[in-house]
Write a protein that binds this ligand. Structure first.
Ligand code: E4P
Length: 217
């Protein structure tokens, strides 16, 4: 399973990258706004900076919702760097645009996927990634990881090439469960990635080793 970081914060991207386990980055308009990135040029430059920092797929989201707008925006985003993946919402014009991008050699990440039916549609259109939002599904009392498992099963039996990108990760356990059910990618906040490191017995064990090591000096 690949690890992407789900942020537009450059310090967090750098920290995850330095850990040596980072395969890519996903962003969205909310994450860009959170970092105070404002204006067309600033947004394009921010994507360029991320592409220069991380050697992997970088998702950049369109904000148009009509076919022509999505295509025009997506072409400009894709021109920033070869690793840009154009993030397109799961709407009717989005599906049409994903097919157009596929036919024109531009890779896409279909975002806001909340059902197996939506995942089938974006795979048929040739999306490189489908992004089911598991945390938001859990938030309404359903089981997000179950959806990841269902989509992965469908893609496998149908031979779809689209990768299942588990998004809206809320905690380390989400990452573990996504790995168990075969997600191709998990895009995670830095806290959830670092949460995987933690175990009290590791801390207790290390403290004891370091204490005993003093006796050997
Ligand atoms: C996916 O690519 C989205 O950026 C993201 O995972 C959404 O997560 P949220 O539900 O925490 O906003």
């Amino acid at each position: 399973m690949k690890f992407f970081i789900d942020t537009a914060n450059l310090a967090q991207i750098r920290e995850a990258n330095e850990l040596g386990i980072l395969d890519g980055v996903t962003t969205n308009p909310s994450l860009m706004a959170k970092e105070g990135i404002k204006g067309y040029d600033a947004i394009m430059n921010h994507y360029k900076t991320i592409c220069e920092m991380v050697n992997g797929d970088i998702s950049a989201e369109v904000i148009s919702t009509d076919f022509n707008g999505i295509i025009e925006e997506g072409k400009k985003l894709a021109a920033i760097h070869k690793n840009i993946v154009v993030k397109v919402p799961m709407i009717k014009d989005g599906v049409k645009a994903i097919k157009w991008f596929t036919d024109n050699g531009i890779r896409t990440n279909c975002t806001l996927v909340f059902s197996a039916g939506q995942a089938i549609l974006c795979a048929k259109a040739g999306a490189a990634y489908a992004s089911p939002f598991i945390g938001r599904i859990d938030d309404i009392g359903w089981d997000g990881v179950q959806l990841i498992e269902q989509i992965k099963h469908i893609y496998t039996v149908q031979g779809f090439k689209t990768k299942v990108l588990a998004a809206s990760i809320r905690n380390p356990n989400h990452i573990i469960r996504c790995a168990e059910v075969g997600a191709d990618v998990c895009t995670c906040p830095l806290d959830s990635i670092l949460g995987l490191l933690k175990h009290p017995l590791t801390d207790i064990g290390l403290a004891k080793f370091l204490e005993d090591a003093k006796k050997t000096l």
